[in-house]
Design a protein around this ligand. Structure first.
Ligand SMILES: [Zn+2]
Ligand SMILES: [Zn+2]
Length: 190
């Protein structure tokens, strides 16, 4: 069966992972399987930057991806980077199998405010839809209310909603129909 696998990379609140999974399942019409948490991604730590390499975390997720899983999403509390940017809220292989989101900058504590678990959950859900959406071939959306619009900061994450816009839904449904017709999930070879 095709499912979306989810894995906490390092310590993450289990109810938060579950809430993200429920929303992903509704959005992408696939069951979600929550895997055993992965250990702290020490292999991805960059001492000079004090952050974790998003690319190395994605690579480690691929190793965990069971063939029955169409997609796998990692959720980590670590702050992620790619070489050209000071940070990323998440990363995905476009039309690939793996994606990751970082909770670090979605937490109010990061900005010196008291923790707000509900706000964190709302933000994490939007970023999870965004990154998993990329794995299903969705690209950045010009609709600022759509979770597929690009967020470079948390203010913008708060502007958008958790539900795909009509245009993105249409693109996803087309991909999904091809998939069910037997073509297999787009780009999910290997
Ligand atoms: Zn994006
Ligand atoms: Zn959209």
């Amino acid at each position: 069966m095709n499912t979306i696998g989810m894995v906490a990379v390092g310590p993450v609140d289990p109810p938060l992972v579950k809430a993200i999974g429920e929303h992903l399942s509704r959005t992408f019409h696939l069951p979600v399987t929550i895997l055993e948490p992965a250990p702290e991604p020490v292999f991805a730590y960059d001492e000079r930057r004090g952050q974790y390499s998003s690319v190395l975390v994605l690579r480690s997720l691929l190793e965990r991806a069971h063939p029955a899983m169409a997609r796998i999403l990692g959720v980590t509390a670590k702050d992620l980077f790619i070489p050209m940017l000071s940070f990323v809220l998440g990363q995905a292989q476009l039309n690939g199998r793996v994606a990751v989101i970082s909770l670090a900058r979605l937490q109010q504590q990061f900005y010196g405010f008291p923790p707000d678990p509900e706000l964190l959950r709302a933000r994490a859900i939007k970023e999870a839809v965004h990154e998993v959406g990329h794995t299903f071939g969705l690209t950045h959306c010009a609709n600022v209310r759509c979770p597929m619009s690009l967020s470079n900061n948390v203010q913008h994450v708060d502007t958008k909603g958790p539900v795909l816009c009509t245009a993105c839904t249409t693109v996803f449904n087309e991909q999904f129909d091809h998939w069910r017709a037997g073509d297999g999930p787009p780009g999910a070879a290997g």
